[in-house]
Design a protein around this ligand. Structure first.
Ligand SMILES: *Cc1c(COP(=O)(O)O)cnc(C)c1O
Length: 487
């Protein structure tokens, strides 16, 4: 399969190069040139999750060698659920637990695979330079990427996170990471500023190259990398297959998916699944109080000129959702000039409005809504009381919005993007536990109250040494990167 940038229709490149480069030189994102209609989703329904992953990876990343080896190295022994992403019935909904990986958030699913893809691509293309991964994180990507990349030979990784903008647990997860090739650096700014900073470094280096004498290839672990998106398609199939196996639906019946959304990567993977023929009914895009996306899907106007709010679901505190660009490209029938123009308007004025026919197409598949902190906590409390099931703050946003989007007779799969133990303060408060004490005491109390175990990777955090303490201003991010490359 060939790839091209959402902002410039020329220059088709291989999947190998798309993964290696992360982002295109024109600032656009790589997209498959076409979705081959021959893909038969029914063939996947009887497969194991490993086999499903192999099939979907092989379809999108067809010039990689040894996909089974990549999948095996990515997942073997790293998840605490045999089927990676279990589907649990809660009331009349289905919760797709995506948090059984090494950092207890859904990003593990793709970030376990990406380092293997990058090493494979590096080897196959004969690249000798070191790969330096730059990533901005709203909290979860950073740790999941560090966990995936630590000690991978020939690769360094730098993670930028907003100073004071992530939970205590998230911060400790990053600052205690071991490995000689990992750096975490707090940025004095919010996530959007950190993400924009990273994009500007890419664009600058693509244009000017690195300073004399420095050799490295920059790449990205953010969901702008197509290698991040592809593994996420798998669990939409996996959940669907589980529903068929349990007799909840027959193959061919539509299923709705509710996705707590920030950068639009997770939900976009659902749209890719639909393009591959999976009977996806509606995709419900759930936002927190930073409801730019909900407004966009409702009105067709994307307007990031508003206050950036810090919420109890920090991994969704985002005003510029990078992957929306990919959807705009698809909905405009792959019109790169049109997509580039919208992105230019966004960067110049912070606002754009799509054509009415694009809004119509968007609303055909996507429903949307938002839940503020109060509603989120109320939802956690109610779901725990009614069903004894503990939602995390992000998943609760999804649950609340699914309720608001009205009932349909289609099954609703709510994607559970993090373990409740990752956000113990807000979750404890929501179910009426005394919220005093540090986050580790709260984890214990949550465990006693809910009868579930604290994930091992989180329980051990309080004893680990804090190793990574760098802090930088937004304007100094580039120099920071150069220093790390030089080390
Ligand atoms: C990253 C993240 C999200 C948002 O996913 P996107 O792909 O950025 O839309 C939601 N919940 C959690 C817990 C996350 O870590």
């Amino acid at each position: 399969m060939k790839y091209r940038s959402t902002r410039g229709a020329q220059n088709e490149i291989s999947s190998l190069d798309a993964v290696l480069q992360g982002i295109a030189a024109d600032g656009g994102l790589y997209m498959p040139v076409s979705f081959d209609k021959s893909f038969d989703y029914r063939e996947l329904l009887a497969l194991s999750v490993t086999e499903m992953t192999e099939r979907i990876l092989a379809y999108f990343l067809d010039d990689f060698d040894d996909i089974p080896g990549i999948v095996s190295r990515a997942y073997t022994g790293k998840f605490d659920a045999a089927d990676l992403t279990p589907l649990v019935q809660v009331g009349d909904r289905y919760v797709l637990e995506l948090f059984h990986g090494p950092t207890s958030a859904f990003k593990d699913v793709a970030l376990s695979v990406l380092p293997q893809l990058l090493s494979g691509a590096k080897k196959k293309s004969g690249m000798e330079e070191e790969i330096v991964i730059l990533t901005a994180t709203s909290g979860d990507t950073g740790k999941a990427a560090m966990e995936g990349f630590h000690d991978v030979p020939g690769v360094k990784i730098i993670v930028f996170y907003p100073y004071g903008g992530v939970s205590r647990v998230q911060e400790l997860q990053m600052t205690t990471q071991e490995g000689g090739n990992v750096r975490a650096c707090a940025v004095r700014g919010n996530f959007d500023q950190a993400q924009t900073g990273v994009k500007q470094i890419f664009t600058r280096v693509k244009k000017e190259g690195l300073p004399e004498g420095m050799k490295a290839v920059l790449s990205s672990a953010n969901s702008i990398n197509i290698g991040r998106l592809v593994p996420q398609i798998v669990y939409y199939f996996k959940a669907y297959a589980d529903l068929v196996k349990r007799g909840v639906i027959k193959a061919g019946d539509p299923v709705d998916y509710t996705v707590p959304t920030g950068n639009f990567g997770d939900i976009l993977a659902g749209y890719f699944a639909k393009m591959l023929g999976l009977p996806v009914g509606k995709l419900i895009c759930a936002a927190n109080a930073n409801n730019v996306l909900a407004d966009f899907i409702t009105t067709g106007t994307y307007d990031k000129n508003r206050a950036f709010l810090k919420t109890v679901s920090p991994s969704m505190d985002i005003l510029v959702s990078s992957n929306l660009e990919r959807l705009l490209y698809l909905l405009s029938d792959c019109d790169a000039a049109y997509t580039a123009d919208l992105m230019k308007q966004l960067s110049e004025s912070g606002v754009y409005t799509v054509k009415p026919e694009i809004l119509d197409k968007l609303q055909e598949t996507f429903l949307t809504g938002s839940a503020d902190d109060e509603k989120t906590k109320e939802t956690i409390g109610r779901v725990f009381k009614d069903y004894g099931y503990l939602l995390d703050t992000h998943t609760a946003v999804g649950w609340a919005v699914a309720s608001e989007c009205g009932v349909s007779d289609r099954p609703n799969v709510v994607l559970a993007t993090a373990s409740p133990y990752k956000f113990p303060a807000a979750v404890a408060e929501a179910i009426g536990l005394a919220a005093e004490g540090d986050e580790f005491e709260l984890m214990q109390r949550l465990s006693e109250k809910s009868g579930t175990a604290v994930p091992k990777n989180l329980a051990g955090l309080s004893e680990k040494e804090v190793r990574l303490k760098d802090v930088t201003d937004i304007d100094d991010m580039y120099d920071y990167v150069l220093r790390v490359i030089h080390e």
